[in-house]
Design a protein around this ligand. Structure first.
Ligand code: NPG
Length: 367
């Protein structure tokens, strides 16, 4: 394909309730939407999962826009004609920027698959038509509020609960939810909030039969995670540390992780995600699909990935209503704890343009 034009648009979507993690509280989701139009006039869509501030990863919305405009689009234009499969190689000289790169690659892939009339799910090798849904529960104001929020999700049918934790909001919160729901699949996510000396403290979580502890330590501290894995019995799962196939290989070789959360934006796209999936399948490492408060555009693509056979744990692939009163696509609805994987060509969904325009804060078209 050849690029005819690229539209970069920032939207601001309010969240149904504040989402607090160890790195901050979000009340709305700022999203960079990327639309790529190819030489046939076919439009492909993707969203960039970077947040408005560099709190979860070094990338943030305006840095992504700068990278995309200043370096990535010119590199693609210089390449002339290419396929989605070539995008990562074309952009490789520019270091980092996985989220920005993933958004371009995915929009290009969406257009390519639409032209070829192939769904992203079948293109990636999906074997499931629906995927099991988990939900991520933010840090609450108090234990009563936590129990109340978890009850809403359990009643809605979510099949796995993930509690956000940080020092001061961990053992008691987990004990409370485990006491109320002795059987429910439960896991925790620290977003790097602990340090190497917290091993004994975190080992107290072993009594609650958790599926995993996600990213307890700094993203660069692979050795620390390997040491921690010797102190706690609960499986360690890396998220922020896994930014590529190489980092997944290293973390596995060093026994720093026994479960991996794959987020396509964090690793530079869906091709890299499938490579990590395949590595994990070959090593009998369970994987699950993470979430970054995606709109229906990003959610659709994540569902396609989560339908691959190695995704044996429920992901953060919640219904649209978990985060948004109104989504920018037809909302993803959960039925009996599952969401149906889109099967139309490309990512399988289109934005509602009227609604998209109404929540757009900036927009520019690059020819
Ligand atoms: O369901 O989309 C979702 C959110 C799941 O907890 C979730 N995401 O650390 O994994 C995370 C966290 C996150 C959200 C990270 C937003 C970065 C931005």
């Amino acid at each position: 394909m050849k690029i005819q034009e690229i539209e970069l648009r920032i939207i601001e979507l309010p969240l149904v309730r504040p989402f607090r993690t160890s790195f901050g509280t979000q009340t709305s989701r700022q999203v960079l939407m990327v639309k790529v139009v190819n030489e046939k006039g076919t439009a492909g869509w993707a969203e960039c999962v970077a947040m408005s501030e560099p709190l979860y990863s070094p990338e943030y919305t305006y840095a992504c826009i700068d990278l995309i405009k200043r370096f990535l689009i010119p590199a693609l234009k210089k390449a002339g004609e290419f396929k989605a499969e070539d995008v990562a190689t074309i952009l490789k000289p520019y270091l980092g920027g996985q989220m920005a790169k993933a958004s371009l690659e995915t929009a290009i892939l969406d257009a390519q698959l639409k032209d070829g009339k192939v769904s992203l799910a079948s293109f990636l090798g999906a074997t499931k038509s629906r995927v099991e849904c988990g939900v991520s529960v933010g840090i609450a104001n108090n234990l009563d509020a936590l129990a109340e929020e978890v009850k809403i999700y359990v009643d809605e049918g979510y099949r796995r609960i993930k509690l956000k934790i940080e020092p001061g909001w961990d053992i008691q919160a987990v004990k409370l939810i485990r006491d109320i729901y002795p059987e429910i699949p439960l896991q925790v996510d620290a977003n790097q909030a602990y340090s190497r000396s917290d091993g004994k403290h975190l080992a107290q979580l072993d009594q609650f039969n958790l599926l995993l502890i996600e990213q307890p330590l700094d993203e660069h501290d692979i050795l620390g995670h390997a040491l921690l894995a010797k102190e706690v019995k609960t499986p360690i799962c890396l998220d922020e540390s896994i930014i590529s196939l190489q980092s997944a290989q290293d973390a596995l070789a060093l026994n720093a992780t026994t479960v991996i959360n794959i987020k396509p934006g964090r690793v530079g796209g869906y091709f890299e995600s499938v490579k990590i999936h395949d590595l994990c399948v070959a090593n009998k490492i369970p994987v699950w699909c993470g979430g970054m408060l995606e709109t229906g555009i990003g959610r659709a693509a994540n569902l396609a990935l989560a339908a691959l056979p190695g995704f044996t744990l429920p992901g953060d692939t919640s219904a649209s209503s978990r985060y948004f009163k109104q989504d920018i696509t037809t909302p993803f609805v959960m039925d009996d704890g599952y969401i149906t994987v889109p099967n139309k060509p490309g990512i399988g969904v289109e934005p509602d343009m009227d609604f998209l325009e109404s929540i757009t804060t900036t927009k520019e078209v690059i020819k």
